[in-house]
Every structure is written in C-alpha cells, then in structure tokens.
Design a protein around this ligand. Structure first.
Ligand code: FES
Length: 358
C-alpha cells in the first residue's frame, strides 16, 4: 500500500483501526465497565489484566504525589519569602524541589499508564518502490532523445563546440574568486606573538610588571605583550589575565614550572567562542566568561567547571628577567580561543607534552 492509497479490504486484518470513543479490540462492555477478554488480534498485544490493575494503583499513587507536590509548590511560594541571599536560596530550593517532584510524578504516571495499561500495536507502513516503472522510464528516455534531436545539439557541430568553449572559462570563474579571499592562514592561527623574553605589560598603561610588586594573593591584571599594545590583530589572540596565588593554592592542573612565585598567566580569550573571559571571583578562584557563563578554575589550570567551553584557558609559561620584570618563556603550547582547536592534532600533542611537564 502506498502512502496515498486508502486501505483495501485485504488490509483490514493488518491495519488496526480504532475510533475514538470505542473500546479497544479485545474488550467487551458489560454495563458501563469494560472487561478484558482473551480475544487475540494479530498485531495487537493487550495488557495483562493483573498487571494492569497493579499499574492502575501505581499511576493513581503517582498522580496523587504530583497533586501534593503541586500544592507544596504553591505553599512554598507563599511561605518562603525572598529578601536576602540565604532566603532566596531556600525559596529556590523549595520551589525547584517541589516542582521537580510534581512534574516527575506526573510524567512517570503517564508513562506507566501508557506502557502497562494500554494495548500495544505493531504498525507497519509500507513504502513504494524507489525505482520508477518501465513505462515512466521509457517515456523520460524518449522525451530526452526527442528534445536532443530537436535542439540540433548533435547535428550542428560548430555551434556545439563554441557553446562548450564559452562555458569553459565560466567553469573556472570560482577559482578566480577564491583567490580574492586572501592568502591561506597556514599555521598562523595556531600561534600568538608571545615569544621567549617578551615583557608582560599592563593593558592600557603599557607598564612592565615587577613580580615583586604583584604580591597580594587574589590580585588580577589584564596583560598584553610589550610592543603590541595597539596592534588589535595581535591582541585578539595574545591578551592575558595574570593572577597571583599563594603557591599552596595551586592544584595539579596548573603547570607549576610555568608560574612565577604563585603568579599564573592564562589566555583571556574564552575557549568557547572567543569572548574576553575576564570576570574573576577572588573567593572561589573562578574565572567567568560573561558571554555564555563558562567558568574556569584558575587554581587548577583554568579547567572548565561550568558552561559550554570545552577546554581550559591555555596557560602561558612565564618567568622574570634579570631585573625582576615578568616575561614570557615561550608562546602558548596550544592554540588560543574557540574550541574548534580541540579537534586539531596540535592540541592532542600539546596535551601529551603538558602531561609530561606538570
Ligand atoms: S564565549 Fe565564553 S562562554 Fe561563550
């Protein structure tokens, strides 16, 4: 049977037919109460009556729980007033908890109802053959040949050749347009301008940073490479956040050799889609990206603890020069920015190398 055909008389036995408001096949009606019988219909599995009675009790109980939780939700709204952080937390927990229980119980009741109390139908939808029938194929072939003969494409050789000649440059036109997209990026997207010995300077003022002056744990600075303070292309990838920790606060995710006296430098470019991740919670040591709330643990290699970002903010190896100013020890070992790079081989290689260093 195709999608558009109505079921014929032969389909009756195969296609279960139900009319809303009538009892399912396999039930008989005595008075007002349907009673299951042992009549079997091909393709239809009736629920086991004993199991259905048990399920009915379960469903009733679940719906009653949903009712109580719904009442508790409304009561929570009235009873738990907000006004302070603690009160709001209690109110949220009560509202969220009661609503969760209500919805869960309601949904579970419906699922048990459908799965254990209703008949199951095996439905088969047959599809028509994909191949057209021979008549249709013959017709298309004939029409195509007639059109080709009428156009004179085969007969007028010169015209045919000049047509192909005219089409050739147009076929190559996209290649010319591709050239307009500019030079290929090569490996430039995998690197930033940071290199060994380059000074870290404060974003905005351009001041180099004496490690001894950056000495209060919890302090944070936005930092750029010296010489590139106004190069927006370079800064789009090279901007850092510099955070000072007590050395004992740093966890295993942070590469200790790349820190200096508890000072750690992370890329400021969020690994989700590249917003500047520069909000810092001093008490929890969390770096937050304001765009989609990705949260990174600054004490633990800036690994992701919440949100859509898929990988940590890359850490820059830093140290000091002869005068005690903070400098880079090298470029980042992984590409900075969006997690597209997660798929690159460079990321996997670097992660392996990091494992050996931390
Ligand atoms: S860009 Fe940072 S979370 Fe989306």
């Amino acid at each position: 049977m195709t999608d558009n055909e109505l079921p014929g008389p032969d389909d009756e036995a195969r296609v279960p037919r139900r009319v809303i408001g009538t009892p399912a096949q396999g039930t008989a009606v005595l008075g007002t109460r349907p009673v299951e019988t042992e009549v079997e219909t091909p393709g239809v599995t009736l629920p086991d009556p004993a199991d259905a009675r048990k399920a009915e009790r379960t469903v009733t109980l679940l719906f009653f729980v949903a009712f109580l939780a719904g009442i508790a939700f409304i009561a929570s709204y009235v009873v738990f007033q907000v006004g302070s952080l603690d009160k709001t937390a209690v109110s949220n927990a009560a509202l969220g908890g009661t609503l969760t229980v209500a919805l869960l119980a309601l949904a579970s009741g419906v699922v048990v109802w459908v799965r254990r109390m209703m008949p199951k139908y095996n439905l088969v939808q047959e599809r028509h053959e994909m191949r057209s029938d021979d008549d249709t194929r013959g017709y298309v072939d004939e029409t195509f040949r007639a059109g080709a003969a009428e156009s004179g494409f085969v007969k007028h050789k010169m015209m045919r050749r000049t047509l192909l000649l005219a089409a050739a440059p147009l076929g190559l036109a996209p290649l010319v347009l591709l050239k307009d997209l500019g030079p290929l990026p090569g490996t430039s997207l995998r690197h930033t301008v940071w290199k060994k010995g380059m000074k870290l300077v404060v974003e905005g003022t351009g001041q180099p940073i004496l490690a001894a002056d950056f000495d209060s744990p919890g302090g944070i600075l936005s930092v750029v490479p010296e010489g590139y303070e106004h190069d927006l292309n370079a800064l789009a990838k090279a901007t850092l956040i510099l955070i000072k920790f007590r050395p004992e606060d740093l966890k295993s995710g942070t590469i200790k050799n790349w820190t200096y006296d508890g000072i750690v430098a992370y890329s400021k470019i969020c690994t989700h889609v590249g917003c500047p991740a520069a909000l810092y919670e001093q008490t929890t040591h969390h770096i937050l990206c304001p765009c989609h709330q990705s949260t990174f643990d600054a004490t633990d290699g800036a690994k992701v603890i919440f949100g859509p970002a898929a990988r940590p903010l890359p850490q820059l190896p830093i140290g000091v020069d002869g005068q005690g100013y903070l400098i880079a020890q090298a470029d980042f070992d992984v590409p900075v920015g969006p997690s597209f790079w997660e798929r690159g081989d460079a990321e996997a290689d670097a992660r392996e190398a990091r494992g050996n260093q931390s």
